[in-house]
Design a protein around this ligand. Sequence first.
Ligand SMILES: [Cu+2]
Length: 259
Amino acid sequence: MKDLLARWMPIDASAHGAELDQMNAIVHWLMALLFVGWGIYFIWVLFRYRAGRQPKADYVGAKSKISTWTEIGVVIAEAIILVGFAIPAWARWVTPPAAGDNPLTVRVIGEQFAWNIHYPGPDGVFGSQKAELMGASNPIGLDPEDSAGADDIVTINQLHLPVDRPVTVLLSSKDVIHSFALPVLRVKQDAIPGMETPIHFTAVMPTPAAATLPACAAEKECWEIACAQLCGLGHYRMRGFITVHEQGGFEAWLAEQGG
Ligand SMILES: [Cu+2]
């Protein structure tokens, strides 16, 4: 039944996406069942209690227990979705990757209307930032006095990731609330000014050549970062691109950027 909905979903390149897609499918099938059930019941009530057949109001009401049991069944189904699927998926989602799995930490800072991506560079330490240094040539206000920031890499709208390596994105915003959405990686999280929200996921599929810039732009097949929260007049152009590199390709890209 998952496959019936899968045709409308974007490709899933993440380790955790199948679980979310399955839950999405279960919830939608339950909603479809309730919609059809209530629809049939509504039509039956209109017919059964029409004025011609039921001229006088019935003050006793329904005596059958069917409605009670149906309601209990729906509550049980919803409890199974919540306890059996949603809470375990959420628990895995908020658990940071083990240090032994060599996770990559990237900072993503939303602004009107772009995504700033900040890599710590070979030293693995993010350089410090100062709000007063922020400007067109230094969008995240990296402090040149701080030696930890000398090897940092900052890109705009270009998120590069390694395949099969856990990633933690530390998400924040410079101005208003944005929503960092990576549809092909089944990631969506609000970016809130004044807060740094961690997100954990692993990409398990390298971006195909056809979905990489510039080839993808014409075919409309890019792996995109979308802003999923209306954030101002330029919201529609707050669009970034994801490149998941093959083994070794990410390190080569980092070295190229650093050079
Ligand atoms: Cu936005």
